[in-house]
Design a binder for this molecule. Structure first.
Ligand code: ADP
Ligand code: ZN
Length: 437
């Protein structure tokens, strides 16, 4: 495990804790100065909180800074939190917000290079080299999955196969004929590929595929075992979110024992959800990230709403970055359906806009390893009908309207008025049968 080729940037990945703290302090101080100068909403927030840039002298002062939330990204949509002029922005990415409006982030060329480095750290850690081919089945587009892994594979010098998502049989032909060593996609899609291979009579053991990089949605250790066994590969976890960078904010090494946070670029805090105070190593809390090297979109103290824990314990791989657990749930109601963020409020918005009843329930399941989403909606005076053909036509129209907003196909079932159970407290809008945590 001391093979130097296993590190992409050994000076960072194996830096001493003192060195990491020194980098974090220096980079936080300069980022705070920069956003205070260049980004009006940060300046206003800090002024309102009575914090001056000079008050931030080291990483220990981070708690003086106000939080940033997804709501802020919506309020300053599209470019209000960018810290450089548009001519320096090399790329935009976006992710869904709660009401259909995307949240938008930007990267300078330097940001993209750093993104490439942090993803290359993982590809190298799991034994890949420029001689290998990397098959990317994450979607290419505004979603960060496809192009994020692309940046890493390119930086490392691997041969990239940018397949993007969909057409599973074609994916399998490519896995057979182009012979990639690694596949990157959501874990549920990896399972689906494995099952499709079984159906097609393709023997995964005969493929040269050695490993996979899977993330963008929650998955369990049980799923990891199944993917590893069915595809005859090693399956590694990768974590990220659009607001911070995309995939690669944290990455699993060959030890498969938690994800190393790229602490030279991001500061992680784990905060008690009630008190907002830091929790101890190993204890659960809300994960909060600050970007300390990003030029275009240096978000500070971003509340991810992911619940997780970190450990400072030494990892057998020799890396010194802290490791975070798999996310163990969320503090909000965001669902991740086939890698896409979906908020129940988005569906509610469509119901109301199209004259449907606001009495609804969303049922999420995983069938043959693909997430399914069904929306039961009560009929009201406007949408009531007793002819089957009219009902199914309305169901199809509503399903189409929901799909065009959230980007995921849903099944709509119109049910008779009053048939959805009423609650005396908070309505139970979502039933999730997937057991992912
Ligand atoms: P991405 O493009 O990386 O999926 P999004 O912004 O669309 O980014 O979604 C980010 C959210 O996806 C995270 O806040 C987290 O809830 C979830 N997520 C990302 N990676 C993982 C992972 N490896 N395991 C569990 N959840 C993950
Ligand atoms: Zn490690």
């Amino acid at each position: 495990m001391s093979d130097p080729k296993r590190y992409w940037q050994p000076e960072a990945e194996t830096a001493s804790r003192d060195q990491i703290t020194a980098w974090q302090s220096e980079r936080l101080v300069s980022t705070v100065k920069r956003v205070y100068q260049n980004v009006a909403p940060y300046r206003d927030r800090m002024d309102a909180a009575g914090v001056r840039p000079e008050d931030i002298k080291s990483v220990d002062d981070i708690r003086k800074l106000p939080f940033t939330t997804k709501q802020d990204l919506r309020d300053f949509y599209p470019f209000g939190l960018f810290a450089v002029p548009m001519e320096q922005i090399a790329r935009l990415h976006a992710s869904s917000g709660t009401t259909g409006k995307q949240i938008v982030v930007g990267y300078t060329q330097n940001d993209l290079d750093i993104w490439g480095d942090i993803v290359a750290r993982q590809l190298t850690a799991i034994g890949l080299s420029p001689r290998d081919k990397v098959h990317i089945s994450y979607g290419f587009g505004l979603f960060t999955g496809g192009l994020g892994i692309f940046e890493g594979a390119r930086r490392m010098g691997a041969t990239i196969i940018p397949v993007s998502s969909g057409n599973t049989e074609r994916q399998i032909t490519i896995l057979q004929d182009f012979e990639p060593a690694c596949i990157a996609c959501t874990p549920s899609y990896a399972m689906y590929i494995a099952e499709t291979m079984e159906k097609m009579g393709v023997d995964a053991k005969k493929l040269p595929l050695r490993c996979g990089v899977f993330g963008a949605e929650p998955w369990t250790e049980e799923m990891r075992r199944q993917i590893e066994q069915k595809l005859d590969i090693k399956a590694y976890d990768i974590y990220g979110l659009t607001e911070i960078m995309g995939p690669g904010v944290a990455y699993e090494c060959e030890c498969q024992a938690g994800m190393h946070v790229n602490e030279d670029h991001f500061i992680i805090e784990v905060l008690d959800t009630e008190t907002g105070l830091p929790v101890k190593d190993g204890e659960k809390g809300e994960i909060v990230f600050s970007c300390i090297t990003k030029e275009a979109f240096p978000i500070l103290r971003y509340r991810t709403k992911d619940i997780g824990a970190v450990t400072h314990e030494k990892c057998a791989c020799g890396r010194t970055f802290v490791r975070m657990s798999k996310p163990m749930g969320r503090t909000d109601d965001m669902l991740i359906i086939r890698g896409v963020n979906v908020f129940p409020s988005q569906i509610e918005t469509v119901l109301l806009k199209t004259g449907h009843s606001p009495n609804y329930q969303i049922e999420v399941d995983r069938v043959n390893n693909l997430d399914t989403i069904a929306v039961r909606v009560e009929m009201n005076e406007a949408t009531f009908s007793d002819t089957v053909s009219e009902i199914s036509q309305r169901e199809r129209a509503l399903a189409e309207a929901i799909k065009s907003l959230i980007g995921v196909a849903v099944k709509v079932i119109l049910v008779s008025p009053g048939s959805i159970e009423r609650s005396t407290g908070k309505a139970k809008r979502v039933i999730d049968h997937r057991k992912l945590h």
